[in-house]
Design a binder for this molecule. Structure first.
Ligand code: HEC
Ligand code: HEC
Ligand code: HEC
Ligand code: HEC
Ligand code: HEC
Length: 245
């Protein structure tokens, strides 16, 4: 190999090594993380929750959701004077730079819709989406997916906080519960109930209505034979008594 080839190999290796921890590099530079981590407690909790989330792995940093300016120089947070700290904080978290804090309602939908407009569209017109926006107890995106440690929730476990009967919930789209979906759900539930009663019958009992009637016919025939036998016996006894006189 000549010198030029070696240079190429070296460049590629350095490139691969430096691109792998790219997310970590972004994190290290973010003013939001530097300051919130130094403050600790509940202000640092979103960072620990968010690390290892799908958003973290896709370099979706704090400012991509909350806005603000993440490239303000922070320095050593714990050595800043009061006014210095406030100046840096308000520069980072300024409304002028589109900062939003703890969002809810339409503002939350707007935040997620920046990247998930299809998912928000699916949810906002659903029965539960409307119940959320109308403050009637519907779940928010955060309720099911968390704000920072994003998850795809377990169904129906996540539903059972608000619904007693979660039968059939795994067979509908939880983000798009509409009138049509509720109609489909009731059919699914009737089917599930039928399957359950069938499964609960004793193994020897007939399963279908056709067999059920032949079963009844058998019973009737048996009853009839007993009846005729008894009738014959009564007639016999009467004749016997007649003979004795
Ligand atoms: C110099 C320190 C500092 C920097 C830099 C900083 N923050 Fe904060 N942040 C704070 C403090 C202190 C609070 C709590 C007091 C308050 O809300 O003013 C806070 C509160 C918050 C809240 C909660 C607000 C609410 O409505 O409850 C959010 C969200 C937030 N910061 C996000 C960010 C984001 C995103 C960035 C980066 C763009 C950032 N912060 C940069 C110090 C900082
Ligand atoms: C995917 C979008 C998203 C990202 C990324 C994100 N946040 Fe949040 N954050 C939210 C939402 C939504 C809320 C409101 C949560 C609620 O209603 O309980 C929130 C709430 C907060 C709060 C208020 C206190 C709390 O825990 O509810 C703080 C502080 C905060 N975020 C800081 C941060 C920091 C620091 C980062 C970067 C590590 C970050 N957030 C990244 C969406 C995000
Ligand atoms: C700046 C863009 C951005 C914003 C804002 C954002 N996300 Fe994401 N989100 C992504 C990316 C990128 C992924 C990973 C790729 C994918 O699956 O789409 C992702 C993945 C997800 C996933 C996992 C999807 C899966 O298939 O596993 C959930 C759940 C999610 N986001 C919820 C939210 C919620 C809730 C909000 C609002 C509070 C939000 N996101 C805001 C970019 C964003
Ligand atoms: C009642 C719980 C629930 C609520 C509320 C909810 N989701 Fe979901 N979401 C789920 C479940 C379960 C899945 C996975 C199954 C699926 O895709 O149907 C999912 C899937 C997703 C995905 C993965 C891609 C996709 O569309 O399938 C994203 C992104 C997402 N949700 C974002 C959101 C956002 C943003 C909101 C608020 C506007 C929201 N979700 C509200 C339960 C919920
Ligand atoms: C925070 C509480 C909450 C959670 C969690 C929740 N729901 Fe709901 N759900 C509601 C409310 C409120 C309504 C609206 C009731 C109404 O308007 O009649 C509703 C309505 C429904 C309906 C239509 C009415 C019915 O009961 O048949 C279905 C179906 C439904 N939710 C399914 C789900 C599924 C699936 C999940 C889990 C993935 C879930 N819900 C999680 C609160 C919740």
């Amino acid at each position: 190999m000549n010198g030029q080839k070696w240079l190429w190999v070296l460049c590629c290796t350095v490139f691969l090594m430096s691109s792998a921890p790219a997310a970590h590099a972004v994190v290290a530079r973010s003013a939001c993380i530097v300051c919130h981590e130094a403050l600790g407690g509940s202000l640092a909790k979103p960072i620990t929750d968010w690390r290892d989330s799908i958003h973290f792995h896709n370099s979706i940093t704090c400012d991509r959701c909350h806005g603000g300016n993440a490239s303000v120089a922070v320095g050593n947070v714990l050595q800043l004077s009061g006014p210095q700290f406030l100046a840096i904080q308000s520069a980072a978290m300024s409304k002028a730079n589109g900062f939003v804090g703890k969002v809810s309602g339409q503002e939350l939908f707007k935040m997620c819709a920046k990247c998930h407009s299809a998912s928000v569209g699916r949810y906002k017109d659903s029965i539960m989406g409307k119940a959320y926006l109308g403050k009637k107890g519907g779940p928010s995106c955060v309720h099911c997916h968390h704000a920072h440690r994003n998850v795809i929730p377990e169904v129906p476990q996540v539903c059972s906080k608000c619904h007693k009967d979660t039968g059939g919930f795994t067979r509908i789209d939880p983000m798009n519960v509409t009138v049509a979906a509720v109609a489909r759900l009731s059919k699914i539930r009737i089917q599930l109930a039928a399957e359950k009663t069938q499964g609960a019958r004793p193994a020897l009992a007939p399963r279908f209505s056709g067999e059920m009637s032949s079963y009844k016919v058998g019973l009737l025939a048996f009853g009839a034979i007993i009846f005729l036998f008894l009738l014959g016996y009564v007639v016999y006894v009467i004749f016997e008594k007649g003979d004795e006189k």
